[in-house]
Design a protein around this ligand. Sequence first.
Ligand code: PEP
Length: 249
Amino acid sequence: MRTPLIAGNWKMNGSTELVEAFGRTFSSAALPSSLEAAIFPPYPYLEAARRAFAETPLRLGAQTLNPLHSGAHTGEVSGRMLREFGVCYALVGHSERRQLYRESDEQVHDRLLAALGVDITPVLCVGETLEERDAGHTMQVVLRQVGYVMARLEPEQRERVIIAYEPVWAIGTGRTATPEQAQEVMAGIRDYQAGFDRDLAAALRLLYGGSMNAGNAAELLAQPDIDGGLVGGASLKVDDFLAICQSAG
Ligand code: PEP
């Protein structure tokens, strides 16, 4: 059985008030017992979130991390620091970081290794652009992104990685992949992993991301290879995020 995860990526949004609203709502919310749910707020809200979520099932994630522990890297934050704030997960290779900050597969790999090194579960984000999909290159692009990282890990490291398939054309656009489109790519990722190890592939947790909301989550999460969601816009509305979590049982 793969444990479902619903991860809310606030990006550069949110406020102390929103953190507190999540704390209040989730302290009394009934969630499916097997579900893991996490919020990935901007760094300045981590401490407030740690306190506000203490009596809730919500865990904490980071949106990125620097591969190094410390040093002369103005503006950067290391995994070791995030760990001190109770961070359990970190996104690596989100398409906004790949596109806006030119993060390469190699840098994504370094960040992922850094997360593993401090016992933070990395959520490796992969996905194709609309041009790549229209050109018929979806699987090639996705498997290059997955393969670059996974092929460089030891088997016991691979077991600790979560993969989020996020078609770039579906992120923040309101245009969701159909459950069939998402399932097809997820199955392809799982098959690829089976090439390393069948048991590992069967245990690999795969999330879908891209305009997931309270209305479409249940259908996406019902797909056999989709084990959870990475939610952007809808994770900024406490009732919507709760509804998504409740549909993941
Ligand atoms: C994301 O940022 O990872 C994401 C999936 O965003 P949205 O849900 O807004 O498309």
